[in-house]
Design a protein around this ligand. Sequence first.
Ligand code: FMN
Length: 140
Amino acid sequence: MSKVAIVYWSGTGNTEAMANFVAEGAKEAGAEVTLFTAMEFDGGLMDNFDAVAFGCPSMGAEQLEEDEFEPMFIGCESKLSGKKIGLFGSYGWGDGEWMRNWEETCRGDGAQLVMDGVICNEAPDRDAENDCKNLGKALA
Ligand SMILES: Cc1cc2nc3c(=O)[nH]c(=O)nc-3n(C[C@H](O)[C@H](O)[C@H](O)COP(=O)(O)O)c2cc1C
């Protein structure tokens, strides 16, 4: 059974709702899933999982959340090479620039992105729910 970690930061619950849908999709596809907030995860845990989904909303000016999520993610980057990785997150008024930059960083680190980053405007609607579940399935 494939082991999937879902690691997220969420200020107002939108990315958390996405994380729960990613978990649902991965479980439906037969994976053993563990959900972590950014503060509960670090690079030392990467080797325990076959695939990892990272979720973070667009914060700052098209940036990852910088107090908790970004330092944790930077600590995982040396473990991304060859790993099955999925990205997701919610945004407000932008056009998804933070996700494009984040995908580029992951590809530069050698990550195997299982699909394009899943983004949704504020709270996930039915389409975003399906995209999140499909991300979970792709990781499983
Ligand atoms: C401090 C702050 C900065 C933000 N910066 C951006 C931004 O640069 N681009 C954008 O599209 N949305 C931005 N947003 C909107 C959030 O990404 C959006 O509300 C998202 O749904 C929050 O997700 P969460 O509920 O998981 O925290 C920002 C929100 C906050 C609070």
